[in-house]
Design a protein around this ligand. Structure first.
Ligand SMILES: O=c1[nH]c(=O)c2[nH]c(=O)[nH]c2[nH]1
Length: 302
């Protein structure tokens, strides 16, 4: 019976790196969570316990912290690319690297009406993400960058409908032409190049997401996701594909009739579970292959 080692990768997940820039009295902060994963010539480590090729996960962690100082974290995308190239170009057994980063935003505390130099309040809005994959060296080297956001909670109090669905013996849902629509969006978009103004595109994509969500008279969350995806692809030629995952955070009109009160879409029960989970990808016909772009480190097992 033949038995072979299959796909494998290893690294340090969730390095919590905080970088303070203190070159002037007005400090700056970058607060990130970095995962590294290396792929390559690591068969012997598995089959015979030979660590000769295994750059320790501890070293990967130390590199993440050292690079926060040496290279800085101007953007999570550039920092992730720096780390990935360091591992792939610097260690012969490493054939590929995956760097996944989440960024937690802070905003300056306001004290007596003025922004404070070295105190921040955590910004609640969303977590920005960057997933970097590098495979191969030299002319064969390929790089994939997927940027995104998660925990982006957005709600509209009208401009959302849901009707025309099939009705069977288990259907009790009533059709509606006016409902609350809310979600905690996860969006990830895949670039075709690394020659990008990362901050500008991030801000632009986020603005498109908000605009489409707000302005489309939505017949379903599915339609909203497709509208967001196609608007992003129309605006940015360097984005090949966008994937969206949207829990439908149901808001049910509360029955106030026992109290003799009418309730024309004014008081809701914001239910947290269960939720509809609507997911879609929107992709260009000529998108280059995705390679390992979507293979998440911690989602490796599906
Ligand atoms: O936007 C929606 N899409 C659905 O597929 C769905 N299903 C459901 O019960 N409510 C909704 N809303």
């Amino acid at each position: 019976m033949g038995i072979t080692l299959g796909e494998n990768q290893y690294g340090k997940a969730e390095n919590r790196v905080v970088r303070i820039y203190r070159d002037s009295p007005r400090h700056e902060i970058k607060d990130i969570n970095v995962g590294t994963a290396l792929r390559g010539d690591f068969a012997a480590a598995h089959t015979s316990g030979d660590q000769g090729n295994v750059l320790p996960t501890d070293t990967q962690k130390q590199t993440a912290y050292a690079y926060a100082k040496e290279k800085g974290i101007a953007t999570i995308e550039q920092y992730g690319l720096d780390l990935a190239y360091h591992f792939v170009d610097g260690y012969e057994p490493v054939h590929g690297a995956r760097i996944e980063i989440e960024e937690y935003a802070w905003e300056r505390a306001v004290v007596d009406g003025a922004e404070h130099d070295h105190t921040w309040v955590r910004k609640g809005q969303e977590v920005r993400t960057a997933d970097i994959s590098v495979e191969g060296v030299g002319d064969d080297q390929r790089t994939w960058v997927v940027c995104g956001l998660k925990e982006f909670t957005i709600l509209k109090s009208t401009g959302s409908e849901f009707h025309g669905f099939p009705v069977d013996e288990y259907t009790i849902l009533q059709p509606t032409t006016d409902r609350v629509m809310a979600t905690s969006l996860v969006a990830k978009w895949r670039f075709t190049t690394t020659d990008i103004d990362w901050d500008a595109v991030y801000t632009g994509v986020k603005a498109i997401i908000v605009k489409e969500f707000a302005t489309l008279q939505s017949l379903a969350l599915q339609q909203t996701l497709y509208a967001i995806g196609s608007a992003v692809l129309e605006a940015y030629g360097e984005i090949a594909e966008i994937r969206l995952s949207a829990p439908n955070k149901h808001h049910f009109v509360y029955d106030l009739s026992p109290f003799g009160l009418d309730n024309p879409n004014e008081v809701f029960n914001a239910d947290d579970r269960p939720y509809g989970l609507i997911q879609a990808s929107v992709i260009r016909d000529d998108a280059p292959d995705a390679g390992p772009a979507w293979t998440m480190q911690r989602g490796w097992m599906g």
